[in-house]
Design a protein. Structure first.
Length: 173
């Protein structure tokens, strides 16, 4: 019941900001939604394709196709992008990637966005988590300059942001 309530609150509170972010579509930036529960952590990243790959169109050359496939594989792997404290003993349960322009569903001339979602199950309690190390994400995507986040946790809802060279996203202090 508590988990369902957190997810509902997150959906209600973030629906409007995500649509606003899509309208703004700011290159070099991304939005992150984070749901922290007792033994699980859910992350959802929404970014302009340019922020992760360097262009907003379908790949044209063999090198661009290779870079696009590498991007999709990196996002699907997921666990390498988030440096979670080892004491939490978290394991990636699921990962989903939606990148229409790279997966054959985009239309020329449209803004190309990439959305990725990850679900981690943790043996230790994570509901006290108050920060996330963004280092691996920023290292993987050097064009990503800033991140805006909304966090839903048992202690409340928070907004947080990080801008290079900052590598730590903190909330709820």
């Amino acid at each position: 019941m508590h988990a369902a309530r957190l997810l509902m609150l997150l959906a209600l509170c973030t629906a409007a900001p995500l649509h606003a972010a899509e309208a703004a579509h700011q290159h070099g930036s991304a939005r992150l939604e984070l749901v922290v529960e007792a033994h699980s952590l859910s992350l959802a990243l929404d970014a302009p394709q340019d922020s992760l790959l360097g262009h907003e169109r379908a790949p044209r050359t063999a090198a661009e196709q290779q870079a696009a496939q590498a991007l999709l594989a990196t996002l699907k792997a997921g666990a390498t992008l988030w440096r979670l404290p080892p004491a939490l003993q978290c394991q990636l349960r699921s990962a989903e990637v939606d990148a229409p322009m790279l997966q054959g569903g985009g239309r020329p001339g449209e803004h190309a966005d990439v959305e990725a979602r990850w679900q981690f199950d943790c043996r230790a309690r994570v509901d006290g988590l108050r920060q996330l190390d963004l280092g691996p994400l920023l290292d993987a995507f050097p064009r990503l300059q800033q991140l805006q986040a909304q966090v839903a946790a048992p202690a409340g809802q928070y907004q947080a942001s990080a801008k290079r060279p900052q590598r730590l996203l903190a909330w709820g202090r």
